[in-house]
Design a protein around this ligand. Structure first.
Ligand code: BGC
Length: 754
């Protein structure tokens, strides 16, 4: 205690002990702390040094994934889930858990969209803030991730997200900003990718300039697992904790940089203090044993699944099903629903109820009053580490729906998937109930929803395009680098502006009851509207407020979500809703947040096609500087995909793709890419593939993720994950670069450290 910490120990404290723990230094009075995934429930693994073990965790409540809870539009509910996960964390001795994820759903094919909330930054930010605040009230830390612009799984370790400042601020940083300012997470996780040429772990502007200095973040930044690019730049940038652990060469580099006076020891001290603060607070919080009721959490998971389900279609009010009706149950997802996503967010549930276990079956499709098809995306199609290759459902699932609908006109589809799918069959069925990935109690939730014990109240948190080709980024997503050509026109911001018809709009969702809106008014910058339940069932309604900004100045979306709330109304009950606006509701990013002058219309209502005008607000001042390139550009009138040239004109610079060159490979390159040019890397790839096949069954999501994460990560990350010595990778790299014998010598060198 009180002993002065050696520099070497300081550096060591700023890297993980293993996959899930920080290092203890009893001589300085520093204990160790445990952290684990994740966003929808705990994944506490008992094995601490092997990243290929994904699914063998301690049982914990598997809540609906963010793809579902976002559709609840219910801050309180999402907060309750955060608090429940924190209680389980406390119960299992976990000081910080790694969630929530607030990355924007830029393109529906991103394999990890199921872990994220929305295509809209405000909705994503508000839900995440509530999750964080409520979880941390239990004393447990959260980790907001993945900061920033981590919007594709394809080449996720090495891709460079290239985008203009306005898009970065208005779309991709806003959810993080809201979550940081309002939720105050104890930790933030930096992403694997680069942003405009700089790895997130080294990104001083992101990690210090914006996160700490602008937004007031006072917690700790940790890397995503294996994301540290350059330890010296990382310390300078404010990247405090290197997870899951460092490589000795990084330690040596830091020691040498301090000795040479290139890195001030104070820059390391800052990180040391933050690690100590995080660990001490966690250890303190874990001392008081809070109560943890797993049964109650299962019930919360069920309520959450009910509140998050979206009724997309309900012709002839075929739902809810009536008692006594003969029901046919079709589809293997009745017995084995898809209830969570694959990858680091995978949870080993405390219990699991599939719909078939709760529903009366027995009649065939032809004798049934109603045929219910349980279908969706199988797990091997979407997951962490890889993107989907199209937006279709498997042909056999589509065939099942079509055949059932042909036999029985009263066909209902219950859909389980973590992202939108094409639904060319939608007109052939009477009702569609979208469950997303509803968690371990999804089966009970489905039963309650189908029979009306629960009333659907979810609204879509992302647009459902008719076909993938309708997405603005469809022609250039994904590539090694994320070319954010569509700029701010993501999701509904594009479909509205380009006037493209979608299957179901952002904000849409039906109910078993009806809501009427009346008396929309605007008093200064406060909007009011009265909502009445005019149907004969109790139900919850999401009230949305959009601002339609002036269209004659700097280019802007047709309308943007700025406020929302959810309320429960008994039949006949009315409530007056109040929304207070602020300057940010009207602002654009133009070298800072500016409110362009002009007329703003305030719209309120229960969905995209039921909005009423509450009033208009005239803002005086400049109309927003119209950039010279804007006139007549794609961004003024978007249609289809913008070309690289149109984007470069907006960006103000030429895009230079990364060139992988044999002879110039570095430790930042991946086996997956180098194998195309090098026999040695091809051999390494096959070796790793065989090893992965021994850990997971080929073809499964788990297998795909481990293979992609192993061979698609840079050699420096592979080294951290494998714990193998640096000379091994340097040797292989030299060999791949054509220096075979030199490489071999390095490979055979003895005594070299990690
Ligand atoms: C994921 C993170 C996760 C971490 C630890 C990474 O591969 O990107 O979201 O928290 O692993 O499992």
């Amino acid at each position: 205690m009180g002993t002065k910490m050696e520099l070497r120990d300081k550096i060591a404290l700023c890297e993980g002990k293993n996959f899930w723990e920080t290092k203890a230094f009893p001589e300085y009075g520093i204990p160790s702390m445990f952290m684990c995934d994740g966003p929808h429930g705990l994944r506490k693994l008992e094995i601490h040094n092997d990243h290929t073990v994904v699914n063998a965790s301690r049982p914990a409540t598997c809540f609906p994934a963010a793809v579902s809870t976002a559709c609840s539009w219910d801050e309180e509910l999402v907060g309750q889930i955060g608090a429940a996960i924190a209680e389980e964390a406390a119960d299992q001795g976990v000081g910080v858990f790694l969630g929530p994820g607030v990355n924007i759903k830029r393109n529906p094919l991103c394999g990890r969209n199921f872990e994220y909330f929305s295509e809209d930054p405000y909705l994503a930010g508000k839900l995440a803030a509530s999750f964080i605040k409520n979880a941390q009230e239990k004393g447990i830390g959260t980790c907001l991730k993945h900061f920033a612009c981590n919007n594709q799984e394809y080449k996720r370790f090495s891709s460079d997200s290239i985008l203009d400042e306005r898009t970065l601020r208005e779309i991709y940083l806003t959810p993080f900003e809201i979550a940081v300012r309002e939720g105050k997470p104890k930790t933030v996780m930096c992403a694997y990718n680069k942003v405009n040429g700089t790895y997130c772990s080294d990104h001083a502007e992101l990690l210090t300039g914006i996160l700490r200095e602008e937004w007031g973040f006072d917690g700790l930044v940790m890397t995503d697992w294996g994301a540290m690019h350059d330890r010296i730049a990382g310390f300078r940038a404010g990247c405090d904790l290197n997870m899951p652990g460092g490589s000795n060469y990084m330690v040596q580099e830091v020691l040498a940089a301090v000795a040479r006076g290139e890195l001030a020891e104070e820059e390391i001290d800052r990180s040391v203090e933050r690690v100590k603060k995080m660990v001490h607070e966690a250890v303190e919080a874990l001392k008081s044993k809070a109560s943890c009721d797993y049964e109650a959490h299962h019930e919360l998971a069920r309520t959450a699944a009910e509140q998050s389900a979206v009724l997309l279609k309900n012709e002839d009010q075929i739902l809810p099903l009536k008692e006594g009706q003969k029901i046919a149950i079709v589809g293997q997802m009745a017995k084995n629903m898809r209830y969570q996503g694959a990858g680091s967010s995978h949870i080993n549930p405390t219990k699991l109820i599939h719909p078939a276990a709760l529903l009366e079956t027995g009649v065939g499709v032809e004798e049934a009053d109603v045929a219910v098809v349980f279908t969706g995306l199988p797990p091997e199609i979407e997951g962490e580490g890889f993107d989907r290759s199209n937006m279709e459902m498997p042909a056999e699932e589509v065939k099942l729906i079509e055949e059932t609908a042909a036999k029985n006109p009263n066909t209902v589809v219950v859909l389980f998937c973590g992202a939108p799918v094409e639904t060319p069959w939608a007109d052939q069925v009477k009702a569609i109930l979208y469950m997303g990935l509803p968690g371990q109690a999804g089966g009970a939730a489905v039963k309650n929803l189908l029979y009306g014990a629960a009333n659907p109240s979810g609204k879509l948190a992302e647009s459902w395009p008719v076909q993938y080709a309708d997405c603005p980024s469809a022609t250039y997503y994904p590539q090694r680098d994320g070319q954010y050509r569509e700029g701010i026109y993501v999701g509904y911001r594009y479909y509205d502006k380009a006037d493209v018809n979608v299957r179901w709009k952002f904000g849409f969702g039906l109910s078993y009851t009806e809501f009427a809106y009346s008396d929309p008014i605007l008093d200064g910058e406060t909007a009011y509207v009265t909502v009445t339940n005019t149907g004969c069932r109790g139900g919850a309604e999401v009230v949305q407020l959009y601002i339609a900004p002036p269209q004659d100045g700097i280019h802007r979306p047709v309308r943007e979500l700025k406020r929302f709330t959810k309320l429960y109304l008994q039949p006949g009950e009315s409530r007056k809703v109040r929304f207070d606006l602020d300057a940010r509701c009207f602002a654009v990013w133009d070298d800072g947040w500016q409110v362009p002058g002009g007329r703003y219309t305030v719209l309120v209502g229960g969905g995209p096609d039921q909005l009423l005008v509450a009033g208009v607000i005239d803002k005086t001042g400049e109309t927003g500087k119209i950039p010279v390139w804007q006139r007549g550009s794609w961004y003024e009138k978007p249609s289809g995909s913008p070309t690289q040239e149109q984007w470069e004109t907006m960006l103000g610079r030429k895009y230079q793709p990364y060139l992988l060159q044999k002879g110039k490979f570095t430790i930042n390159d991946t086996v997956l890419e180098m194998k195309e040019h090098s026999f040695v890397m091809k051999a390494l790839y096959w070796g790793v593939k065989r090893m992965v096949a021994r850990k997971a069954e080929p073809g499964t999501a788990e297998y795909r993720m481990i293979l992609q994460s192993s061979t698609g990560s840079p050699l420096r990350t592979m080294q951290i994950f494998s714990g193998l010595k640096a000379n091994l990778f340097q040797g292989l790299l030299a060999m791949a670069n054509g220096k075979f014998f030199y490489g071999l010598r390095l490979l055979l060198k003895k005594g070299s450290s990690r």
